[in-house]
Design a binder for this molecule. Sequence first.
Ligand SMILES: *Cc1c(COP(=O)(O)O)cnc(C)c1O
Length: 229
Amino acid sequence: MAVDVGSYKKIVAELTNKNVTLVAVSKTKSAQEILDLYNLGQRDFGENYVQELVEKYEQLPKDIRWHFIGHLQSNKVKLIAPFVYLIHSVDSEKLLKEINKQSEKNNRKIDCLLQVHIAKEVTKFGFDEKELDNFFKETLSMNDKSLFKNIRIVGLMGMASFTNNMKIVKKEFQFLKSLFTKYSTFSILNSQFSILSMGMSSDYELAIEDGANMVRIGSLLFGKRDPKK
Ligand SMILES: *Cc1c(COP(=O)(O)O)cnc(C)c1O
């Protein structure tokens, strides 16, 4: 399989214009395919599986910014903590505590996005609106600040429903944007809260219309994934 260079260049031109960061989602794709995009200038790559990410990190150039976008189990945080650039998929306070702990062990400050559950599917992960509100207003405000001193919460991430009904998708993106706006002014976050990660191959244009400044695109760049993997 080869990367779609034409599609990559078109998307990069479009996103650069709009100041949107492209995360090239390379799960299940080979190190060579990643290098093909790297050689065209791409540096932000997104992966869903810890083991796969660690293997690719070891093989590939060290100036790649690795984004973790899949469901993350607490017991695997230590494997990516030494090098991960941004974790998009923080879906619990427990996970955040573990990231803070591993980050401290590595003398780092790891940037995190809180994943919000905006889709209809119950199988998708993330905080719901109430949990998010509790987290910001209670956990972050009341707890000892040192609890999270080795992480930075820099924004929100969401995945829309898997549907062809773009009205539903648009509503979900607008909802996430409204939460993003609401917490952007939250003083405890010290104005570091600046990333809204939403939109994939099928809906990234819509997501940008609704305020996304980071999109996660896989199949438009690398072709369809092998479902067996
Ligand atoms: C796989 C994946 C993507 C990319 O999906 P495409 O439809 O291939 O663009 C984006 N975000 C997350 C969280 C993913 O798991």
